[in-house]
Design a protein around this ligand. Structure first.
Ligand code: ATP
Ligand code: MG
Length: 361
């Protein structure tokens, strides 16, 4: 079977290291592997509006930021179709039909939606659109007949929901939709990168991010004030590496060759951790090491972004063309869905013939 990727991000801010290790880096590798016939990368503005309805300007402003971040990490519009969700009205139509296949209690059980509701203090005032966004994600994925969805761990429940909708749809209306597979990061630390504040997830909405476009001195400041082990007060104190964001970031980014380059007194991360746990290794030294590693990764991204920023209209043009292409594909799927559901009345000559027979003509 031909393999197709669909994935995307909400334009609620610039993209950060969590996006990078959770999804972006992998996307670029997959894009360049040549194994995928079609790659669709979506800027999920309609989904962003589900919890930002009163702040459309934020969403509007961040579309270009996300597009610049995409291209600066190496997503190439010649190989991947970059598009904007709201420009594909077929996605809403699909959602409308999928809603009939999902129960309210099933949505209430979605653990990601549950924790996001808590995080946003929605409690009794959850917008219906936000509550149903797992259904809209199923539309995004199935509209492109995606086989593969490379995302972070928080998206697992969404993929489960999508698979359920696909199974239900196919069993009720006949084989039409493709069941997608989630592709999670292989590195444990990248599944859900914590925030610089030590909170469970680096997230635009929590303000605990290192952005891909942060200037070097900003990255330094953020790294130097990162959450570590609150009980590691004196250099001589033994320290904890579990739940210590600096070490989690090292797990995510550090390679053995970084030691020879920036910290030759240690052969590898295991030894560095062991010293920290024994005591006698200060946070500052570890943070400086992390900063050097992050800079090595971020500097080329920043430089590419600077180039791309010189021609903003060209980026909008790429998104316009990508949206046109995406719409063609989604529209074909919607046709398939409508004919499977038998709501394609005017194309159904058999229906028209049978109805006229009923009336004796
Ligand atoms: P918001 O706070 O607006 O929801 P976000 O920072 O959670 O924003 P999304 O646009 O919701 O970002 O997520 C885009 C993609 O990045 C998803 O695939 C998600 O799994 C992944 N992702 C986001 N944050 C992280 C993280 N901290 N670690 C790993 N993957 C992440
Ligand atoms: Mg999110």
């Amino acid at each position: 079977m031909e393999k197709t990727i669909l994935t995307g991000d909400r334009p609620t801010g610039k993209l950060h290291l969590g996006h990078y290790v959770g999804s972006l880096k992998r996307r670029v590798e997959l894009q360049n592997s040549g194994d995928y016939k079609n790659i669709f990368i979506m800027i999920a503005d309609a989904q962003a509006l589900t919890d930002n309805a009163d702040n459309p300007e934020k969403v509007r402003q961040n579309i270009i930021e996300v597009a610049l971040d995409y291209m600066s990490v190496g997503l190439d519009p010649k190989k991947s179709t970059l598009f904007i969700q709201s420009q594909i009205p077929e996605l809403c139509e699909l959602s409308f039909y999928y809603m009939n296949l999902v129960t309210v209690s099933r949505l209430q059980r979605n653990p990601t939606v549950k924790s996001e509701i808590q995080m946003r203090n929605f409690e009794a005032s959850i917008p219906v659109g936000f509550f149903t966004y797992p259904i809209s994600q199923a539309s995004d994925i199935t509209a492109f007949k995606a086989t593969t969805v490379p995302v972070g761990e928080d998206q697992l429940p969404m993929l489960e929901q999508t698979k359920e909708i696909v199974r239900k749809f196919n069993s009720v209306y006949g084989d039409t939709l493709i069941e997608p597979d989630i592709l999670l990061p292989e590195n444990q630390a990248c599944l859900r990168l914590p925030g610089t504040d030590g909170k469970a997830k680096m997230s635009k909405s929590l303000g605990n991010c290192i952005y891909l476009s942060d200037p070097s001195d900003e990255v330094r400041k953020k790294v130097m004030s990162m959450y570590t082990d609150p009980d590691h007060i004196q250099v001589s104190d033994p320290g904890k590496v579990e739940g210590n964001s600096v070490f989690t970031y090292l797990d995510a980014f550090c390679k053995e060759e970084h030691f020879a380059k920036y910290l030759p007194e240690y052969p590898n991360l295991k030894e560095l951790k062991a010293h920290y746990q024994r005591g006698g290794l200060g946070d500052v030294k570890v943070k400086k090491f992390l900063y050097a590693i992050l800079e090595e990764e971020l500097e080329p991204i920043r430089a590419r972004r600077k180039e791309l920023e010189k021609d903003i209209p060209a980026i909008y043009e790429i998104l316009r063309e990508g949206s046109l292409k995406a719409r063609e594909v989604a529209s074909k799927t919607l046709d398939d869905v409508k004919s499977a559901m038998k709501i394609n009345y005017f194309d159904d000559t058999e229906l028209i013939r049978a109805q006229s027979e009923k009336y004796g003509k």
